[in-house]
Write a protein that binds this ligand. Structure first.
Ligand SMILES: C[S@@+](CC[C@H](N)C(=O)[O-])C[C@H]1O[C@@H](n2cnc3c(N)ncnc32)[C@H](O)[C@@H]1O
Length: 244
């Protein structure tokens, strides 16, 4: 939570964001993005959710992928576009400004069964569990059968001692952090189960020493996706009012 909170705070200065996050996470966030890029193959169509300044997207493009980056922040997307232009790969990066809860609105760019890989790093910690389940199910629709999902985020530690220390830190810092950022942040309780419940086969996971970061990867079973359920909004799915 503390690292995620720091990341959200430095989002207000996208040009310094990557440097600030690297320092705070002792470089672990870069290692996570490198690990994700290892799974990308030339020709892959990748959707990066909460793409931020595009650092993961650029890694995937270097591996020969075409990337669609979705983010709710104009500042972050502008920085991602600037970096893609600087690296002469603007034609490989499409950007969508919207919330991840609104994927259905972008069916022209995010059609069912059309992506090889969906990724997200440190982008889902603002959603309570019910939203996460909805979002990951929606990602499943977009992936081709056999497509991969790779989600890295701040998660509740599994080790009882570390979890107890983490809980104590949460108790002390959650309210000041909320007051500072005006956004509630939720370390993910069981990312593995969320991905599995969304209909993926979980194929591996990795924890990053000294942090509460966990990377979980899964595969959409290679049978044809069943017909999409009648269109539902996230509010209907979660029984809540308003947009996330
Ligand atoms: C902590 S940053 C991580 C950025 C990037 N994935 C990385 O690892 O460097 C979280 C990102 O998620 C984006 N974000 C937050 N809420 C979002 C939402 N509801 N839909 C889409 N993007 C969102 C923020 O704008 C920000 O760019």
């Amino acid at each position: 939570m503390l690292m995620y909170g720091w990341m959200v705070w430095v989002e207000h200065a996208p040009e310094r964001y990557d440097w600030a996050v690297k320092v705070m996470t002792f470089g672990r966030i870069d290692r996570m993005k490198d690990d994700i890029a290892e799974h990308i193959q030339a020709g892959d169509k990748v959707l990066d959710i909460g793409c931020g300044t595009g650092t993961l997207a650029l890694r995937c493009i270097k591996k020969g992928a075409e990337v669609t980056g979705l983010d709710a922040s104009d500042f972050m997307l502008k920085e991602a576009a600037r970096r893609a232009a600087e690296s002469n790969v603007s034609d490989k990066l499409a950007l969508i400004r919207d919330s991840v809860t609104q994927l259905k609105k972008h069916r022209d760019q995010l059609a069912d069964d059309s992506f090889d890989v969906v990724t997200a790093t440190m982008a889902l910690g603002e959603f309570p569990q019910e939203y996460l389940e909805y979002i990951i199910k929606d990602c499943r629709n977009i992936l081709k059968p056999g497509g991969k999902i790779l989600i890295g985020d701040e998660c509740w530690p599994r080790n009882i001692v570390i979890r107890t220390i983490y809980r104590m830190l949460m108790t002390v810092f959650w309210i000041p952090q909320f007051l500072l950022l005006r956004r509630p942040l939720f370390p993910i309780r069981d990312l593995h189960a969320i991905i599995q419940n969304a209909g993926f086969e979980v194929t591996g996971s990795k924890v990053y020493r000294g942090t509460s970061f966990r990377l979980v990867y899964g595969v959409k079973p290679p049978e044809k996706t069943p017909a999409r359920e009648p269109a539902m909004t996230v509010q209907q799915a979660t029984g809540q009012a308003g947009e996330a």
